[in-house]
Design a protein. Structure first.
Length: 121
């Protein structure tokens, strides 16, 4: 679970490095985000000469969380850090590569992100 103002690493090569969570898109009174939720985030840190600038508000998909993700088979998956992938209005990633593993729960809604990732856990 990711709460308001939580810092997330960006797991793609879009140019942003860290973002801060602002809110969940499409879920009115939800105060936290889970894996697979589309969020709005403010860019806090970027690489030099990137198309995404510091302070820009972007949409992103949460791909990793420190909070355990429980599956129906009894397995629980958790990661060391929270991470997201920046997307555009249509839901396509703005980057060409995704770094690190992503969870398999993204398969139905975000197949493009899953195909760019090196590993699905």
């Amino acid at each position: 679970m990711i709460y308001l103002r939580s810092k997330l690493n960006v797991a793609d090569n879009s140019g942003a490095r860290k973002v801060a969570f602002i809110g969940v898109i499409g879920k009115k009174n939800k105060d936290h985000a889970d894996v697979g939720d589309i969020i709005t985030a403010s860019v806090k840190e970027t690489i030099p000469n990137s198309p995404i600038k510091k302070g820009e508000v972007v949409r992103a998909v949460v791909v990793r969380t420190c909070f355990p993700i429980k599956r129906k088979d009894g397995l629980a998956v958790k990661f060391d850090k929270n991470a997201c992938v920046i997307i555009d209005k249509q839901g396509n990633p703005r980057a060409t590569r995704v770094f690190g593993p992503v969870v398999r729960e993204l398969r139905d809604k975000f197949g493009k992100i899953l195909s760019l990732a090196p590993e699905a856990i």
